[in-house]
Design a protein around this ligand. Sequence first.
Ligand SMILES: Nc1ncnc2c1ncn2[C@@H]1O[C@H](COP(=O)(O)OP(=O)(O)OP(=O)(O)O)[C@@H](O)[C@H]1O
Ligand SMILES: [Mg+2]
Length: 257
Amino acid sequence: MTTIPKTAEIIAMAGKGGTGKTTMSALLIRYLLKRHLTPVLAVDADANANLNELLGIPVEVTMGDIRDRMKTETPQGMTKSDFMEMEFNKALIESEGFDLLVMGQPQGPGCYCMANSILAGLMERLSSSYRYMLVDNEAGMEHLSRFNLRKIGLLFVVSDASARGVTAARRIADLTKSLGVEVGKKVLIVNRAPDVIPEALNGHIQQSIAESDLIFGGYVHASPEIFAYETSQRSLLTLSDDVRAVQEAEAIFNKTL
Ligand SMILES: Nc1ncnc2c1ncn2[C@@H]1O[C@H](COP(=O)(O)OP(=O)(O)OP(=O)(O)O)[C@@H](O)[C@H]1O
Ligand SMILES: [Mg+2]
């Protein structure tokens, strides 16, 4: 009898640049840890990686470094695939309840097709060891196809609190169709909302939801605490439960996860 391998539920963050994808990723990890919904694999898929900073974790080796080294440093008699697997473990940073993998970017010239396909295989195997795999992306969606993710259970699309931002979020959500990735649920988060939300913005969100397959997760207000933590480079994992933005993000995760 064959056993069906368990795999992690994949959650991905998408959205325009600077809307708060990495911040929401950190708050989601905080949420999953608090609820003991572990183990979690956090994947920083932004070439300009910074999720680790919001989690207070130093990074020494990225998968990009390893892809570079595979080309020139694979010892004789060892396959590139075995080399990648051996080095992969060095790039996986273990923490309490979650591990972090930073993709980085390869520096050298040339094609990384082989390295990327080995990597996709390793990721697939790795995912069976986790309950959730959270992928923090850079702006745009195209590179998601690099990981060969066939199914994303939950896609959060983060927007700023503007009509154009919401329209862009809707477009990003639509893009997943052309990537050939199956997405379970697409949830809009309108981040850094002002205290008083204009009625026109509410209306625009409702219309965008009605015309697309997005679900409205909710608003997360602009938070002085997040601002203070970011400027003093403190880990968002240590934010208090009393912080309004934390509670709002948790309410969204509660109703969508
Ligand atoms: N709710 C919030 N309240 C206050 N500041 C916030 C909030 N959300 C995000 N920020 C701040 O906005 C800036 C951008 O956030 P973040 O880095 O999470 O965006 P991003 O979408 O990941 O950006 P990029 O596209 O560059 O990866 C950061 O300085 C962050 O601290
Ligand atoms: Mg980011």
